[in-house]
Design a protein around this ligand. Sequence first.
Ligand code: CO8
Length: 260
Amino acid sequence: MAYENVRTEVRDGLLVLTIDRPKVLNALNAATMEEIYEVFAAARSDEKVKAVIVTGGGDKAFVAGADIGELAQKTPTTGKETSERGQFILSFIERFPKPVIAAINGFALGGGCELALACHIRIASEKAQLGLPEVTLGIIPGYGGTQRMARLLGKGKALELICTGDRIGAAEAERIGLVNKVVPADQLMATAEEMARKIMSRGPLAVRAAIEAVMSGSDMPSAEGQFLEATLFGLLCASEDTKEGMKAFLEKRPANFRGK
Ligand code: CO8
């Protein structure tokens, strides 16, 4: 499949999706959002893809936000529709059944920060700057950022970042839990790949269930989330992978998971 705004590469089960509009710091216009969706929709049922890394093309930006040229044309109706479509696409990523890691190589602002928030794990280069500067444009985050940031950081920190529109550096982002880890720029992709491959070596059905339990469960009251956890646990007990994982431990050898 040929894309205009993104690049994809699959290497030994790892899909690297690069948002690639460096002239506008990888800003997300509608066409780019649709291409991102198409890549994830195809990868969902592609057995060759076991994990995804999302990053930005060029050396300056992960994604500097939604495309402000397009946003400036929105009416109340098209603004709401665009927000809803973006929310749908980022929720599709959040609920993706295989691990998704954001490798944040530079500016992750507005919709770019929201894209990173929808990924399961965020690793940032020391050069990264993150923020939700929408209020500086007279708008608010519209791709789920108000909800995801508040759930990740707590309401107080989220409101501070959203209402000031301030950009923060990678070290501060790590300190407040907005990113999992910060590494030198030249080690970013290797670190993201190493983490992806470690997760890929684990039982894929178990990883899928863990993502579902955490992502779906965090939108539920604790008792319902725990019910979901127990149900997924029970389901895994019927899998070949669970038997293989336990057997391998008892036989003191590495497990050979087959995703079955
Ligand atoms: N959209 C469109 N173009 C952009 C964007 C963007 N978000 N960001 C940068 N560009 C363009 C610049 O206009 C510039 O183009 P040109 O070379 O033609 O002048 C080029 O990229 C390079 O940018 P700068 O010259 O500004 O580079 P600097 O290094 O000086 O500054 C910054 C980098 C600080 C990242 C700066 O570009 C900036 O502030 N960008 C905008 C950041 C921003 O406000 N992002 C939030 C956008 S709003 C949003 O994301 C809402 C999401 C929810 C949408 C809901 C749907 C309705």
